[in-house]
Design a protein around this ligand. Structure first.
Ligand code: 5GP
Ligand code: ZN
Length: 134
């Protein structure tokens, strides 16, 4: 897709620190390293996000995510990972070419954290279920 930075990386028009590549996808170091070894897995074909990616490409990419996390565990000494795909602007997606972040974790106070707040005002579990199952 014209003007898509990750399409350009996939087509080798822009360089990247590529750690794995095949016909369907590419894994590269994120230009902004949240933690050491922060990696992005992208499809070579353009899809906007996880809601639109072809399911067979998605399955293939997730298999590579597992292999790459195992590699980063072995080679960089990561002791855990956050695997994230931000979906749409509201959720923090800034590049609208599907990608999966693999964020290696080294200790609880490293440079990345996820904070889940428990919204105590949401108590309508049965209504949520009814809406989903309707
Ligand atoms: P998002 O915010 O969409 O979930 O993540 C986009 C990610 O792409 C960001 O973490 C950002 O640092 C990374 N990024 C943006 N431009 C480039 C680039 O040209 N090369 C690489 N390797 N990463 C990029
Ligand atoms: Zn693209």
């Amino acid at each position: 897709m014209d003007n898509c930075i990750f399409c350009k990386i996939g087509h080798k028009e822009i360089p990247s620190y590529t750690i794995y590549e095949d016909d369907l996808c590419l894994a590269m170091l994120d230009i902004s390293q949240t933690t050491r070894g922060h990696t992005l897995v992208i499809p070579k074909q353009h899809f906007k996000n996880i809601l639109e990616v072809d399911s067979s490409v998605l399955s293939h990419m997730m298999e590579q995510v597992q292999k790459i996390a195992l590699l980063l565990q072995e080679k960089l000494g990561a002791t855990g990972f956050n695997v994230i795909t931000n979906t749409n602007e509201i959720a923090g997606q800034s590049v609208f070419h599907f990608h999966i972040h693999i964020i290696p974790r080294y200790d609880e106070n490293d440079t990345f954290s996820v904070h889940y707040t428990n919204n105590q005002e949401i108590t309508d579990f049965s209504e949520i279920m009814a809406q989903i199952q309707k």
